[in-house]
Ligand binder design. Sequence first.
Ligand code: GLV
Ligand code: MG
Length: 312
Amino acid sequence: MSARTRTMPRRSCLSVPGSSERFLEKAPSVPADMTFLDLEDSVAPLEKVEARTKVVRAIRDLDWDDRVLCVRINAWDTKWTYGDVIEVVSNAGERLDEVMLPKVQTAAEVVAADLLLSQVEQNAGLPHGHVGIEAQIETTRGLINVEEICAASPRLETVIFGPADFAASMEMPVLTGGVQIPEYPGDHFHYVFSKILMAGRANGLQVIDGPFLKIRELDAFRDFCQRTRVLGYDGKWALHPDQVTVLNELFSPTQEQFDRALAILDAYKEATESERKGAVMFGDEMIDEASRKMALKFVSRGERAGLTRSTA
Ligand code: GLV
Ligand code: MG
C-alpha cells in the first residue's frame, strides 16, 4: 500500500481518458481528491499501447499537487495488463500512487497484480509496496468473491463498485448503467452497495461508488450520490468537472457538522484523559468511543474541503 494515500479523502475520483492529451492536460486543474488516468474502457483498443506513453508523460510533466494519482490498467482477461504495469510503473516515477485493477473476479487477480508490482518496483528502484491497488467490483463473480478480494493484498487501498459493467454482467434490461431505474420499486443496487461496503470496511479499505453516466443531469447525479453517501461510502467517480464540484460539496461536512465533530473530539479527550470516563454527556446526548470514530471522519473530510474551526 502507498502509505501517503491510504487514508487520504477520496470524495471525488475523476476519470481521465489516457489516450486524450487534451483531457490529460486539463485534469490537474480539476480539483478532484483522486484522479485516475485510464488505460481501460475509455481507451480504444487501437490506442491502448500509445496511451501508456501519454499517461507516463502526463504523470511526469504535469503538476498534480498532493491529490491521489492513479492509473487504471486493463483487466487480466485482456492482453494488456502486464504491459500496462511494466510500462507505466517502470517509467512514471514515485508520483504514481496506485494502479486500479478493473473487473476483479477473484482474489488471485489481486495477488497476481501485487506480485508483478513487487518485481517492477524493484527494477524501477521504487520502495517495496509503494504502489497501492484499487480493485473494481463490476461482475457478478467479483461480487460473489468480494470478501476474499478485499483481503487479498496489503497494497489494497480501496474497493470500487462499477455499476455500468455490473449491469451488463447481470444482464439487466437497461441501456444506461449507473443511474436510477424508475420502474424498480426501491434501489436496485442496495444489496450490492451494502455487500461491497461491508467487505471493504471489514478489511480497512476505503469504499468508492463508480460513475453516473448522464453527465449533463446534475440534479439527478446529486440525488443518486446520496444512496451510497448515506450508507457510508467515501466518495464517487466523476466523469466531468461539474460532477467533481457536486461531489466535493456532498461528501464534505457542513461548517456546523465540522465544528460539532471537533467539539465532540475535545469533549471526549477531556472525559477520557482528565476525568477518566469512557462515556460522558455532550449537550443532551451521550458520547463515547464510537462518537470519536464518527467525528474523525467528518474532521478529515472537512480539512480536505479547507474548513477551519469557527471562532466562537
Ligand atoms: C466502471 O468502470 C463501470 O463499469 O461502471
Ligand atoms: Mg467498468
